[in-house]
Design a protein around this ligand. Sequence first.
Ligand code: ADP
Length: 239
Amino acid sequence: MLLRVENLRKSFGGIKAVDGVTFEIEEGEAIGIVGPNGSGKTTLYNLISGIYLPDEGKVIFEGRDITNLPPYERAKLGIARTFQIPRPFGNATVLENVAIGAMFGREKLSVEEAFERAEEYLKLVGIEKLKHKEAKLLTPLEKRLMELARALAMKPKLLLLDEVMAGMNPVDVDRIIELLKKIHREEDIAIVSMVEHLMQAIVKFAERVIVMHQGKILVEGEPEKVLNHPKVIEVYLGK
Ligand code: ADP
């Protein structure tokens, strides 16, 4: 078992954003976390990556209780995440952005090694030609690919992707799914992809889907079964 979250709870004022969530992720699994806006997905990510501490519950990574570790220490252990709205560093180039990520990852790298690692992952995601461009000049898709390269360059064991397909056209969505499948095959890391919609896209990628609703897990299991589950249909059609 790679990750276990145990009875996690986090409230903001009176809002129970995450309300008693327990699940496990195995090494190398491909997981989809699906749920309507406000269902607690982002809060759950923030609890796993250490941006928030839970009011209650535990986060266990490779058998170690990391509930109270700060984000950078979790990154060193092998938890990386991307953000829905990428925030590249100032005027840095694409290559520099990815190299900075590599330096904050699981392995201790020299600057030179970090740049080599960055090149390698820019190639993997297919934007190595843009490496000398200022990151802020990239298109939204290119920025997302750069974020992915940055997270991968950290050599994580667990990669948390935040709405990596949001706002993309169907061609780009297919491109990202193929890329994620390739990464999953080649890199041997557990990948969690959080999505609000795009239900079919997540079926193509995930081996297991966890559906969140009002801070709780509504249904969990095989993608096809979960997405045709009456409770899931009710939550999405009832909106
Ligand atoms: P999702 O990612 O599924 O859209 P969130 O985890 O962002 O869900 O939000 C879950 C609930 O917690 C929502 O009602 C949201 O308004 C609330 N919430 C999340 N973060 C905060 C915060 N920092 N302050 C106050 N309320 C928050």
